[in-house]
Design a protein around this ligand. Structure first.
Ligand code: DX5
Ligand code: ZN
Length: 230
């Protein structure tokens, strides 16, 4: 579970982090530059301030046109992982730069970007983020047509024996998280479903429970069976 602070109150991010920490594995930080997406959010100074407040893993989603210019600043600010979009190009070089900086390496694909765009990089990254909305805003409707790409990434990663997380982001909530888990996602970003709730930690725990039961159900019915040694 990676709650996205995008739907939290930006005037009290420290309190929002405290509320969600008991149910969060990671914190998802959405960085937008007004170019790659039509919205603006936070940059390295805010990440650095948050870093002083929590030890949670910072899953930093860079929806920006020129990540190469800012990766070092985000690393210094305390980002643990950064995810760049394959659509901005120069992916091989960005992956190298992230590795050299000691970042966990993520690669994101928009809903209309095909599996084939990320496939060549699967053995060089730690995480593939399949956007289940067009990035830029919280609270949008989940796009089920992305699930076939989630399945394709999961199948390729498993077939190659790679240790790569498959993350979904956008419209993840009680009605959609199970489908994403069944398709093979194992990291779930949720903004409005968590921070729109009166009890963000309980909302995140419920999503985790729904994802876990869907994962067990789908692996019982597949060749990746529970208890299998392969
Ligand atoms: C969308 C961001 C998401 C956003 C998701 O551009 O990348 O991380 O916070 O928000 P919800 O969960 O409300 O769709
Ligand atoms: Zn995001």
């Amino acid at each position: 579970m990676a709650p996205s602070l995008l739907s939290a109150d930006f005037g009290r991010l420290d309190a929002a982090i405290d509320e969600v920490t008991p149910a969060a594995d990671w914190l998802h930080l959405d960085v937008m530059d007004g170019h790659f997406v039509p919205n603006l959010t936070i940059g390295p100074p805010v990440v650095a301030s948050l870093r002083g407040h929590t030890d949670l893993f910072f899953d930093t989603h860079l929806m920006i046109t020129e990540p190469a210019r800012y990766l070092e600043a985000f690393r210094r600010a305390g980002a643990d992982g950064c995810t760049v979009h394959v659509e901005v190009g120069g992916t091989a070089s960005l992956v190298r730069q992230m590795r050299d900086l000691g970042l966990r390496v993520g690669l994101a694909a928009n809903p209309d970007t095909p599996f084939e765009a990320v496939e060549p990089f699967l053995d060089t990254v730690d995480l593939v983020l399949c956007m289940t909305v067009f990035p830029g805003f919280g609270g949008q409707a989940f796009m089920p047509e992305v699930l076939s790409k989630v399945s394709a990434v999961r199948a390729a990663v498993d077939a190659a024996g790679l240790d790569v997380d498959v993350e979904v982001d956008g419209g993840i909530g009680p009605a959609t998280v199970a489908a994403a888990a069944e398709a093979g996602a194992n990291v779930f970003v949720a903004g409005s479903a968590v921070f729109g709730s009166d009890d963000p930690a309980a909302a995140a725990d419920e999503l985790r429970r729904l994802a876990a039961s869907a994962t067990v159900a789908s692996s019982v019915g597949s060749t990746r069976s529970v208890g299998s040694t392969g």
